[in-house]
Write a protein that binds this ligand. Structure first.
Ligand code: G16
Ligand code: MG
Length: 218
């Protein structure tokens, strides 16, 4: 039986994917990479330096930027991003998610966050969601980012559950791969073509309810 839930944050709990896209788009313009929706999608769930690497490779300019230059670009992106997320309030929780978290807590499930974002503790606090979570995985403590399973394995361990007792929720293809490889049940939220490897799919966060999840599991 399922005893816990591990949540991705950006794109699942918080409407921050658009802010990541705005801030990365500026960096793409600066290095001369053409920005498009496909690139924005590919960056979802990928950690900061990994995202920058993809942007540089996409523009065929990777060899022009050494470690120091990459650090400077990543810092610039994060400074812009921090300015954007400073305005977040509980109203920026994605539709239905506060109710969903409330229903899980009432039902006694343990919950953790498996976000690649180093800004996760700040964002969770801005959204007023701290009270729902028993743990937030520190992505800096991991050997590899999504699609590697390390983050979702850590998210189960943080709430003292075996992976098979946990459901993971994700909006990115890399994240669904991570959940599946961790041995958890995966719920994809978004385009079912992009998230075709998910065990269960919901088109939007507003569609996700405990009753619907239970109905499909039975
Ligand atoms: C995410 C976003 C990614 C972002 C990453 C790192 O994670 O989807 O686009 O690059 O966090 O974020 P930061 O630069 O704030 O450390 P997730 O795993 O919550 O979807
Ligand atoms: Mg995400």
């Amino acid at each position: 039986d399922i005893e816990g839930f591990a949540f991705d944050m950006d794109g699942v709990l918080a409407d921050t994917a658009r802010f990541h896209a705005i801030a990365w788009h500026q960096i793409a313009d600066e290095v001369g990479t053409v920005w498009d929706d496909e690139l924005a999608e590919a960056l979802k769930g990928i950690d900061r330096m990994g995202s920058l690497k993809l942007i540089l490779e996409h523009g065929n300019v990777a060899e022009k930027y050494d470690a120091a230059a990459r650090d400077a670009l990543a810092t610039k992106k994060n400074d812009n991003y921090r300015n954007l997320i400073a305005t977040l309030t509980p109203a920026d929780a994605l539709p239905g998610m506060l109710d969903f978290l409330e229903s899980l807590q009432t039902a006694g499930y343990k919950m953790s966050i498996a976000s690649a974002s180093k800004n996760a503790p700040f964002i969770v606090e801005r959204l007023g969601m701290q009270k729902y979570f028993d743990a937030i995985v520190d992505p800096a403590s991991l050997s590899a980012g999504k699609p590697d399973p390390a983050i979702f394995i850590a998210a189960a361990a943080a709430i003292e559950l075996a992976p098979e007792k946990v459901i993971g929720l994700e909006d990115s293809a890399a994240g669904i791969k991570s959940i599946n490889a961790a041995g958890e049940l995966s719920i994809g939220i978004g385009d079912s073509k992009v998230l075709h490897e998910a065990d269960l799919n919901f088109a939007t966060t507003a569609d996700v309810t405990l009753a619907r999840i239970k109905a499909t599991l039975d």
